[in-house]
Design a binder for this molecule. Structure first.
Ligand code: UDP
Length: 239
């Protein structure tokens, strides 16, 4: 397979909800587990960038439905992602001795570096895991879009979309027990069938720039390593 192969530089997107273990805040047991899976791959010499969502704290769109100004609530959302980044950094460094840098799109020099693409690449080359916080720094965007944009800018070979399901199905598997999962599918077919892989902005960035996406289940132990090794797990979305 020309697309599935052992990757050397990947962008991993984690949802915030997972980090909270279903609650508001950070669940240390979950972060520890995710850090272990990332450390395993990093120790193998794979270069890893990580984007974490903020759904366990604030989603801008939800808060604005309750009357807040959308931009302000989106900034709250971005700040939430930074807390997740710091938690992951802590577990990677303290438990696993993996050098890690957090770079944020909103400057906050006391807790993280600013996002500097060339420096991020340098960190990756030195074997450091780079965690990108505060989204792209702009309201009305998402962390899916951040993962796509950062993947393109740092020349990652693939976006690994970690989910709580095994991959992309032709129908909602929670509603239709006979739904079937795609082993691979093209970006175009995802659009034509109206399937949900990432939000529209993130997805079109990937499609327009031929960035492959692997949607996979993070809850199965060792799946990050399998995806990175080019094994046949989850759904590969490609050009
Ligand atoms: N957000 C934003 N711009 C960005 C990234 C995130 O405004 O570039 C805000 C937005 O309010 C979003 C929240 O941060 O709802 C948390 O991110 P997201 O919803 O993507 O997190 P996830 O669903 O992956 O946990």
């Amino acid at each position: 397979d020309p697309v599935r192969r052992p990757f050397r530089r990947v962008m991993l997107k984690l949802g915030g909800e997972m980090f909270g273990g279903g609650q508001v805040g950070v669940d240390p047991a979950v972060v520890k587990e995710v850090a272990r899976q990332i450390a395993e791959v990093a120790a193998d010499g794979v270069q890893i960038g990580v984007v974490i969502g903020g759904g366990n704290f604030f989603r801008g769109a939800q808060l604005s439905e309750e009357g807040m100004d959308r931009s302000r609530s989106d900034y709250m959302g971005m700040l939430g992602t930074v807390m997740n980044c710091l938690a992951l950094q802590d577990f990677l460094e303290r438990e696993h001795g993996i050098d890690t840098r957090v770079q944020t799109a909103i400057t906050m020099g006391q807790v993280a570096e600013p996002y500097i693409p060339r420096r991020a690449i340098r960190h990756l080359e030195k074997g450091r895991v780079v965690i990108f916080g505060a989204g792209v720094g702009m309201p009305f965007f998402s962390t899916d879009t951040t993962a796509a944009q950062r993947a393109l800018e740092i020349h990652a070979e693939v976006v690994l979309m970690a989910k709580a399901v095994d991959g992309v199905y032709d129908r909602d598997p929670r509603v239709f027990p006979d739904a079937t999962m795609f082993a691979e599918i093209t970006h175009r077919e995802v659009l034509e069938r109206g399937l949900q892989v990432a939000d529209a902005t993130a997805f079109s960035l990937c499609m327009d720039n031929s960035m492959p996406i692997i949607v996979f289940n993070l809850l199965r132990d060792g799946n990050i390593a399998r995806a990175v090794a080019g094994e046949d797990i989850g759904t590969l979305v490609h050009t």
